[in-house]
Structures are given as structure tokens and as C-alpha cells.
Design a protein around this ligand. Structure first.
Ligand SMILES: [Mg+2]
Ligand SMILES: [Zn+2]
Length: 193
């Protein structure tokens, strides 16, 4: 398989507004720059992959059908901007809440690297050359747990995490950007093919 680097993107606070649990599709809103960012990844022939934890299903806050509808909005939203995801991967588990199969001590709940390993196996992602972009420390830990690089965006929880928490982190983000588009442009600018 011809291995390619990937940009893994968190969903809430990175691709879309952080609004707490998206328990109805009407609460889901993409940022205005999201399709542009994903299109830039497509043009660079990197893989564009969403990686998201959605424990609201395990917690019983909303049925899996709501999650499916939101995925559809996400997919159509970027496609209407001329962009596409190579995959959308989600962890619907929670280690201690709810009922099986959603209550599970899985290997795919971020920051565990299961979703990135899946992209390595299914899409041929080259994790060493890949990045994770997200608004929380756990997104950075996900990257580092899989041998990838981590970028923190200041959208969503990112500004607060960067201001109040990052000084205490033992490892600093490999890149800090205002938003997803700036992060993508800088990653592709330094590592683009
Ligand atoms: Mg997030
Ligand atoms: Zn999981």
C-alpha cells in the first residue's frame, strides 16, 4: 500500500462550534472555514479523517440515529464546499456509564490511539508523518500516543486550554493556530508534498 500522511480532525470545537452535547442535528453548525480547510487537505493528497468521541450515546443523552444524522450534515456540509473526508471515525463508548455495547473499555476512546490505528490499517495512513488537530489536550495526547504530531486550535475549548492549562503540560503542542484553516495551511506548508 502506498502510505500517505493524514490530518486527523476533532469534530466539536475544531470542525464545528462547541455547543456541548449535540443531542439534536439542529445544534450542529460547521465553522465557516471548515470546507476550505478540508479542501486544502484533499488538494495536497493527504488523507482527511475525522476522529471524534461521542459518549452521549453511551450516556443515553440521545440515540445513535441522532449521531448518524449529524454525521450526514457534517459530510454534506464539506461536500457542498467542494471537499470530502476520506473517513469519519467515532468512538461511541464510555468506560463506566450506560449499557453494553456502548459501555466498554475500548481502545478507540481518545486519547487512546485506536481510531488512528484503524486509519493506518484501512486507509494506509502513515502515522509518523500525520497530524491531529483539536481543541483539547486529549487531542494532542492522541497524536503523541500514536507517534503523530499534535496541533492545538484556539476555537472551541482551545483558547481556554491554551491560556490556563497549557503552561502545566509536560509536552507543548507541536503547533498552535487560531483555527483549523490556519493549522492546515501551516502543516501543509512545512510538510506538504
Ligand atoms: Mg473538541
Ligand atoms: Zn471506543
Amino acid at each position: 500500500m502506498n502510505r500517505r500522511p493524514a490530518i486527523f480532525m476533532d469534530r466539536d470545537g475544531t470542525l464545528s462550534h462547541e455547543v456541548g452535547y449535540v443531542n439534536h442535528p439542529n445544534r450542529f453548525r460547521l465553522y465557516p472555514w471548515t470546507a476550505d480547510a478540508v479542501r486544502a487537505i484533499n488538494r495536497a493528497h493527504w488523507l482527511a479523517v475525522v476522529v471524534t468521541n461521542q459518549a452521549g450515546v453511551a450516556r443515553g443523552y440521545f440515540p445513535e440515529s441522532v449521531f448518524d444524522e449529524v454525521q450526514e450534515r457534517l459530510r454534506k456540509g464539506v461536500e457542498s464546499g467542494g471537499a470530502r473526508f476520506d473517513a469519519i471515525y467515532a468512538c461511541l463508548h464510555h468506560p463506566s456509564v450506560g449499557e453494553p455495547p456502548y459501555r466498554a473499555d475500548c481502545d478507540c476512546r481518545k486519547p487512546r490511539p485506536g481510531l488512528l490505528r484503524r486509519a493506518e490499517a484501512e486507509l494506509g495512513a502513515d502515522l509518523q508523518r500525520s497530524w491531529v488537530i483539536g481543541d483539547r489536550h486529549s487531542d494532542l495526547q492522541l497524536a503523541w500516543n500514536a507517534g503523530a504530531q499534535g496541533a492545538l486550535v484556539k476555537s472551541g475549548y482551545g483558547l481556554g486550554e491554551h491560556t490556563h492549562l497549557a503552561p502545566g503540560w509536560s509536552r507543548q503542542p507541536d503547533l498552535v493556530a487560531e483555527n483549523l484553516l490556519e493549522a492546515v495551511e501551516r502543516i501543509l506548508g512545512q510538510g506538504g508534498e
